[in-house]
Design a binder for this molecule. Structure first.
Ligand SMILES: C[S@@+](CC[C@H](N)C(=O)[O-])C[C@H]1O[C@@H](n2cnc3c(N)ncnc32)[C@H](O)[C@@H]1O
Length: 323
């Protein structure tokens, strides 16, 4: 039902005016936005233009499938994001690609389409203050609430994990700081994303310089192997994280997540409108144990969205607690 789906507002991330050239990423940044994606040659793509009818068809299809909504002014963004898919299939028009995606033969192409339209920017130790607050305050507090259990489990969920850096950072913190401190606690880390392509990358645990640039040197040496091109994460860390494909707006999928102690849902809410955020936040609320914590991105807020959570000021970070 379209009205129940959330809207993914790219304007927050890409403030360029309609029709304007997209911003160029900083040197060395991965392909996170329209300008960073390979477009094929000028000769193959210069004359490609999406008709309004085809744009509408794509918009409706994408909205129905995953709730991401392209407003009229974002037509150029959609064009830019999917043109490389046409090029890779040697197709000449957007309409041809639309008909392919919609056909049974094009079913497997849907993942590629999701990959093309989502923004996957992430890196290790992206939010150090949050991780410190989690390690020093949130986890000790919640574990002390479980003191009557002989072998307690502690569940952490990274709800839009992209290529896995945030989840693996938490796994490294657990190995370094928490496992010996709480030997009887079984830590479980779940990571999920709507985009299957990023999840496959996450499972491999192979990263470029950009992703590991904030990893402290001693941890880099301990948990990664450099092969001259890539940084390969150790199995010891990879084993701690379980990845799965979950759409934050899919009620049935979200119901699978229950009994969670801490949720990280960072740098994804910013793209949704109020109604969509409210829906997603209420699903996350239901997934948490009473007293559990939610961390969201530094530039995100639950202001006006949910009275059920209590905003907690931790020494260097903020979090939301389920009362
Ligand atoms: C910018 S990344 C954030 C990665 C990580 N949480 C961080 O803060 O570094 C946003 C991720 O949200 C995912 N995403 C977008 N819409 C989603 C949805 N409806 N359900 C689940 N994941 C979604 C995208 O695929 C992308 O990987």
């Amino acid at each position: 039902m379209a009205s129940q789906l959330f809207k993914f507002d790219f304007s927050k991330r890409n403030p360029a005016t309609p029709g304007a050239a997209p911003a160029q990423p900083a040197a060395g940044t991965p392909s996170t936005g329209i300008a960073a994606r390979p477009f094929g040659t000028a000769a193959t793509t210069d004359k490609m233009e999406m008709s309004n009818e085809t744009f509408n068809n794509f918009r409706n299809l994408i909205y129905k499938l995953c709730g991401i909504y392209f407003t009229d002014s974002k037509k150029y963004l959609l064009e830019g994001r999917i043109v490389r898919r046409l090029v890779s299939h040697k197709m000449r028009t957007f309409d041809e690609y639309y008909r392919f995606v919609e056909s049974p033969a094009g079913r497997s192409e849907l993942n590629e389409l999701f990959e093309a339209i989502t923004i996957n920017e992430t890196f290790f130790f992206r939010a150090p203050q949050q991780f410190e607050a989690m390690e020093k305050i949130v986890i000790p507090e919640l574990i002390s609430d479980k003191k009557d259990q002989t072998l307690p489990t502690f569940k952490i969920w990274i709800a839009a994990s992209s290529t896995g850096e945030e989840a693996y950072t938490i796994a490294i913190i657990i190995l370094e700081k928490l496992r010996n401190k709480y030997p009887n606690v079984q830590f479980q880390i779940f990571a999920s994303d709507i985009d299957r392509v990023v999840l496959e990358t996450a499972k491999k645990g192979i990263y470029k310089e950009y992703a590991i640039r904030n990893v402290p040197k001693d941890l880099l040496a301990k948990y990664f192997k450099y092969d001259g091109t890539n940084y390969i994460l150790s199995d010891q860390v990879k084993r701690l994280v379980r990845f799965s494909n979950i759409n934050l707006y899919d009620a049935a999928q979200m119901r699978q997540m229950r009994g969670i102690d801490v949720v990280f849902c960072c740098n994804v809410l910013i793209y949704f409108d109020m109604a969509s955020k409210q829906q997603v936040i209420s699903y996350i609320y239901d997934s948490l144990n009473k007293g559990g914590y939610l961390f969201i991105g530094y530039s995100e807020s639950l202001h006006g969205l949910s009275k059920a959570f209590q905003l907690v000021h931790l020494p260097k970070a903020m979090a939301y607690k389920k009362e």
